[in-house]
Ligand binder design. Structure first.
Ligand code: GLN
Length: 593
């Protein structure tokens, strides 16, 4: 069996033999001291915005010219987030390499304005899979495989592998859940070991806590926060920085109490109160001096590039100023989805619309629609006040007919329309039924034996069955047809890269009929007849676009997606026909590659 053991794995497990109790799986190429770690833990309760906090802190260090690499560690046993219900867990965020992750990765990508990969996300499912695979290959050399040192060792290896791969100055570790949860306990133990092994100045532990402000009392109470922090200290970790989440700024008295009970100097106990937008958080942290404290704790002042910081801050501030500028223009975009009023289930769409509103100087109001309640009789009434309609991605037939009615209304009444993934497929079904008169047209996802399967399972995927692992996933190139509307929207480029997550596509044998009746397929996959963009020409409709991709996943505050920008612009025109349309400043479209 020995021949089967790979040298790097041997190096990883080599120290766990009889001679020593230390288990220090330093991966080959790891330079101790080169990379520092900021660990963000939550206490008291979940939903504190750990991801927003952690990505904001990472951003202000990145602005200084430091290389940062975030990693989110989830305690659940699923291998990825692909099979999680968005209703419970928020949207599934898809990375360029096809990894299906928690929605926090979207926050990191938007804040840091960079593409992340599977190295930036892990779950207990992934960690245990790695360990059990290794065990089956006999690579633990006869030892019993234990939570400590092997499982915690695996966590440390992952962090160090990320440090090597990213060449980061600082790895940001966000531990999912709250301290005290059974399922993330071993992550916290791994962090404790990491801090011990890496030595002084290498690991900065930030505990996010919550200050309760009961309405009946009208004052802030710190006891829950103190108990939560005590629980952190019971794990053997001493926090270096404490961030207090609260609706209003944490009072001096509360900060003093927390400082006193947690051994953290008052200057390192920060208020992190609610703000009108998450994009204001980085500046709040900077103004409070958290960046300085982290640099001091990790001995990183010498790696700062002041010029880079000035430029990055100016660019960001420009966006934030526009965000705060009062506006007298509001557009209402109807979001015709399955999870009505659940902002987290459509987090990226919500954010993409916010980015566009800021760029175009208007407020975007989202009208959440539950399409199970929409039919041909009430659709006109329901959409009366909408200046634009989005049918987002989705799975399952619930509410599908309502979506088709919304699309029909958008097409016939010239309401700006953007279809995303399922919204693209439903637009094809609507066109096939109502314009091409293909009675009984549908997707085989909802009706396997329909008369006209205009949307069908991907030919190359037909053989694969079962859930998970059989989707067309991740970043893919889209070839845009020169001269088309989409070509113009994306700034006259012939190719863009967008993110995908689907099983079904336009059945190639219907393309000719649909095209003959006026539907233009203006974007497709390179070398494959997979239709990825559709549109109606400007003489027929002011704005009717749909894509098999999810352009919201690559929309960034400083670089909003072109299809969303086009939608909000067209909606503005509908809402204020007499006003001049704002110019789209900067480079339109998505340059993320
Ligand atoms: N359910 C459709 C498919 O699998 C659309 C998926 C989506 O909208 N993400 O192709």
């Amino acid at each position: 069996m020995n021949e089967e053991i790979q040298p790097d794995l041997l190096a990883a497990v080599g120290h766990s033999t009889q001679e020593t109790e230390f288990y220090t799986p330093l991966p080959p190429g790891y330079e101790k001291g080169r990379t520092k770690y900021v660990v963000v833990l939550g206490t008291v309760m979940s939903g504190l915005g750990k991801g927003i906090f952690s990505s904001s802190l990472a951003k202000i260090l990145k602005d200084k010219g430091l290389r940062v690499a975030p990693i989110k560690m989830e305690g659940y046993l699923n291998i990825d987030s692909g099979t999680l219900n968005p209703f419970r867990h928020g949207e599934v965020f898809v990375l360029d390499d096809g990894m299906e992750t928690d929605m926090d990765l979207g926050t990191y990508e938007r804040m840091l304005d960079e593409n992340l990969s599977r190295a930036n996300f892990t779950t207990s499912g992934q960690i245990f899979t790695r360990i059990l695979d290794r065990e089956r290959h006999g690579q633990y050399l006869g030892r019993d495989v234990q939570m400590i040192p092997h499982v915690t060792g695996e966590v440390k290896s992952m962090l160090r592998e990320l440090a090597i791969k990213s060449r980061a100055d600082v790895v940001f570790v966000e531990v999912g859940g709250t301290v005290g949860d059974y399922e993330n306990g071993y992550f916290i133990e791994a962090v404790r070991e990491l801090a011990y092994e890496e030595g002084e100045d290498a690991v900065c532990v930030v505990a996010l806590t919550y200050i309760i402000e009961p309405q009946s009392l009208g004052e802030q109470k710190s006891k829950a926060a103190q108990l939560g922090l005590r629980q952190v200290m019971q794990t053997g970790l001493q926090p270096h920085i404490i961030a207090c989440r609260c609706p209003t700024p944490a009072t001096e008295k509360v900060r003093q109490k927390i400082s006193m009970f947690s051994n953290v100097p008052l200057r390192r106990v920060f208020s992190m109160h609610d703000l009108p937008s998450i994009y204001l958080v980085p500046e709040m942290l900077r103004e409070a001096g958290m960046d300085r404290e982290v640099l001091t704790l990790l001995n990183l002042h010498e790696r700062v590039n002041q010029r880079m910081e000035d430029i990055a801050r100016r660019r960001w501030q420009h966006y934030v100023d526009k965000l705060l500028e009062p506006t007298d223009k509001t557009v209402t975009i109807a979001l015709a989805g399955k999870y009505a009023s659940l902002r987290d289930a459509y987090a990226s769409i919500d954010k993409a619309l916010e980015h566009c509103g800021v760029h175009l100087g208007c407020k975007v109001n989202i009208q959440w629609l539950d399409t199970t309640e929409i039919d041909a009789r009430n659709v006109a009434d329901i959409l009366r006040g909408s200046h634009g309609i989005i049918v987002p991605g989705g799975f399952g037939s619930r509410g599908a007919e309502g979506k088709i009615e919304c699309i029909r209304m958008a097409r016939e009444r010239h309401i700006p329309y953007l279809g995303i993934c399922l919204g693209f497929q439903m637009a094809v079904v609507e066109y096939a039924r109502n314009v091409c008169k293909l009675e009984g047209a549908n997707t085989t996802e909802f009706e396997p034996n329909c008369r006209h399967p205009v949307i069908d399972i991907l030919p190359e995927q037909k053989k694969i069955e079962g859930l998970g692992g059989n989707m067309r996933l991740g970043g893919k190139d889209v070839i845009l047809q020169p001269g088309s509307g989409i070509f113009t929207l994306y700034g006259n480029v012939e190719q863009v890269r967008l993110r995908f997550r689907h099983r079904y596509e336009v059945e190639p044998r219907y393309i000719e009929t649909l095209t003959r009746h006026g539907l233009l397929f203006s974007g497709h996959a390179p070398n494959q007849p997979i239709m990825q963009m559709l549109e109606l020409p400007p003489e027929v409709h002011p704005y009717f676009f749909a894509t098999q991709a999810h352009p919201c996943l690559t929309s960034r505050p400083l670089n909003p997606d072109a299809m969303f920008l086009g939608l909000v612009r067209a909606a503005l025109h509908r809402a204020y026909p007499q006003r001049e349309l704002p110019a789209i400043v900067g480079k339109p479209g998505n340059s993320v590659s």
